[in-house]
Design a binder for this molecule. Sequence first.
Ligand SMILES: Nc1ncnc2c1ncn2[C@@H]1O[C@H](COP(=O)(O)OP(=O)(O)OP(=O)(O)O)[C@@H](O)[C@H]1O
Length: 438
Amino acid sequence: MHCTWRQRYLQVKIKVRQYHGENTQELDGRQDVHGDSREKVLEFGFDYCYWSVAPEEPHYASQEEVFQDLGVSVLAGASEGYNVCLFAYGQTGTGKTYTMMGTQDSMGLTPRICQFRVTVHLLSFTCSFLEIYNERVRDLLRGREQKKKASLRVREHPEKGPYVQDLSQHVVSDYKQAVDLLEEGIANRITAATHIHDASSRSHAIFTIQYTQAILENNLPSEIVSKIHLVDLAGSERADPHYCRDRLTEGSNINKSLVTLGIVISALAQNSQMSSSCQSINSVASEGDAGSTVGSHTSFLSGGGGGGGGGGGRRHCFIPYRDSVLTWLLKDSLGGNSKTIMIATVSPSCRSYNETLSTLRYAAHARNIVNKPRVNEDASVRLIRELREEIDRLKSMLISFKMRNPSPSLSDERDGSLSDMVLQNELKVERLIYQTFH
Ligand SMILES: Nc1ncnc2c1ncn2[C@@H]1O[C@H](COP(=O)(O)OP(=O)(O)OP(=O)(O)O)[C@@H](O)[C@H]1O
């Protein structure tokens, strides 16, 4: 069941688990919801669905099974030098924290990923752990001496993207260190009792693992940087008017981030669909006009909403990443330089019909997002590799041109310009190697 990346699309997996307090007898109560015999079937397509309702069931997806699928592919993507993001979204109490962190007796994805990295890969990493609570960022690993609940600033680097200033970074070289840090962070995280869940996470938590690998590519020493974001979002739920003021403020901030996340996901999904329809229009156009080059992107930003998938004249939607701290920090993971998986947790119970439907709609939108993951390598090394690839391409064009035009008079001119291009690129490569390594 190993998960493979569906090209550059954001992957969406569903995990089904009734929330705390629900019993399995309620799972078959559809008539209570619809109230009449008319049944409406709504279909959604996802990359995989894990059934985690009752361990005694034959197709029950255990924590180990979820790790073997999701965790292993996260680690594989990261070790190739990609940014990888895995985030859990869903109604409160449906098992997001259980999936991402787990419990004492049943380890979740985050500790398993750390364990695999240090005990199987035998390699260390640095990590950070933050929470976004009421639109403020807090370091969950500040240590006892700095218990002050100071909030940290989010900034944006022109190349590396958004980051949190002064967030503490910790080196982890064995599993015990990872567990200690996770336990410290989880203990510092803000939780509260809601009507559904007595230890509900009231903040969004992001655990980030980062490491650098030295590699040898085309006989050139280089480094690739891997970053894994493991995100446990606060639960989506409707506000209960009986909550106290603090709980209502929290709820409205949680909703603000989740609504913005929803808007960002919809806008990105729309843009991705628009780009793919432009590409098909362009490929039809280029088939009819074989000699001309047709640009495949009409990517300019507008302030407007933009319509659904359409033709070349439609404008791409503005993506309001900065409307919430959560979407700003996850900017790269949503439509940017990252391989991203969303795990949407839902309850099978009829009592959760509306929340489940809304999670499935949210997730179905997310599945249309196209990301642009690229290996995080040194820019000069990348350029050298690309130029070498270009040289190989030109050389094979030259060979096939010579084979098709054996008469020297006919091939002279084209032959000469291709040889020129090869020579120029070879000179560029030599210059770059000299500049980079001397
Ligand atoms: N697959 C599962 N097997 C056993 N227990 C589970 C499973 N999923 C969740 N639980 C338990 O259900 C309770 C609620 O789960 P959890 O805290 O993960 O929900 P959540 O979606 O993170 O909620 P919130 O959004 O309110 O923080 C916890 O006690 C958790 O241990």
